[in-house]
Write a protein that binds this ligand. Sequence first.
Ligand code: UGA
Length: 445
Amino acid sequence: MQLTVVGTGYVGLVTGACFAEMGNEVTCVDIDERKIENLKRGILPIYEPGLETIVSGNVSAKRLQFSTSLQDALAASDVYFIAVGTPPNTDGSADLRYVLDVARDIGRYLSHYAIIVDKSTVPVGTAERVREAIAAELQARGVDIPFDVVSNPEFLKEGDAVADFMRPDRVIVGCDSDTARDRMRDLYATFMRNHERLLFMSVRAAEMTKYAANAMLATKISFINEIANLCERLDVDVESVRRGIGSDSRIGYSFIYPGCGYGGSCFPKDVKAIIRMADDCGFEPVVLKAVEARNEQQKQLLFGHIVREYGNDLKGRRFALWGLAFKPGTDDMREASSIVLLNALIAAGARVTAYDPVATQAAHAELPESWFKSGALVLANDQYQALEGADALILVTEWKPFRHPDFERMGRLLKEPRIFDGRNQYDPQRLGEAGFRYTGIGRSN
Ligand code: UGA
């Protein structure tokens, strides 16, 4: 099939590249000329394992191309994916400006029947607004071209995006036309070889499914974080409790790892947006509001532990911080817990030497340049270098090389053998035997 994907961010680029890999001819369109020029030269705007190989292979095979002109791409395609950003407005609602701009452009240039697919995470009712925007442009042109609008939300995880797209748990398609349903079934058939994972539903149900899925996962995390905080006060090790409840197949082991809060470009934004949707229709979303509140507090927790130990004035203290990205496997620092912690530490007068295997450029982009200039924040080239002379190590992101470090060497490098573990990576007993003082999230020492 001939496909056009508008937006070369996370979702758009992975969607375009993976559909091309399956033999489709794909044009990825973006208004950002630099991004498109870079992509043509094989330079990707994001770090995602496996994606570069797929992009370069399909560009060479001429199945994948990049363009800044939606008009050119529109001439040939059967299906148009809208995968542009939906950043939060100040009130937490999703800003649909970019989605509706693309819809209007499609209406301006469309010349034949097409399916327009919302891939971006958009509030319930957006497909209707996309349909109206396209119809208004067609009417202004005085033409009558049939089209369908479909909701096909994406469930990929950063760091696993290619695998998630190629082997999805399910593909959700919200549509209300037989033609669109048949085309979408055909398009996704290659991903369903072993068993059917395609779920058809109404457009509004598909839009809601995306938010409900992310909100459910965020709820699991906030729930276990609340239990962890309670465990801490009752001298119970939450890791035993996690294993104890995870073994119930109705609960499951995934997304119940306690920690210093969830971040990223999805959970925080989507929980805010679903709360906003509820508020807009006069419904009080008590559970969702609690999920968000717990997460905000959870991001402050490590700093609370540090203040309890060293007091409010951290002048003259230096901490080593392992992990800046919002999770392992990505260079993305959006809404990362590390940012909340760094803000608090530096405001209290501490200096920090941080190490992240990937998020170095992202750190310079996300964090105030004044921190680097004043020396309040230094980025180390190596995880052990970060420890030299530091009062304590704070682990924020559980990258693999942090899981089994050389504790003896760490003990020698740190001023004191002290670890604050924001992701419960270490065994308190083992660390105690190695001479470390240890604080995790909801651990009994
Ligand atoms: C999330 C969803 O998992 C995807 O299914 C969804 O498609 C995506 O959002 C999206 O809407 O685009 P992602 O943001 O890439 O994916 O990251 P996750 O792996 O879900 O992790 C989110 C955060 O939760 C991380 O900060 C992670 O450290 C935290 N987390 C995760 C925990 O604190 N505990 C856990 O048990 C699991």
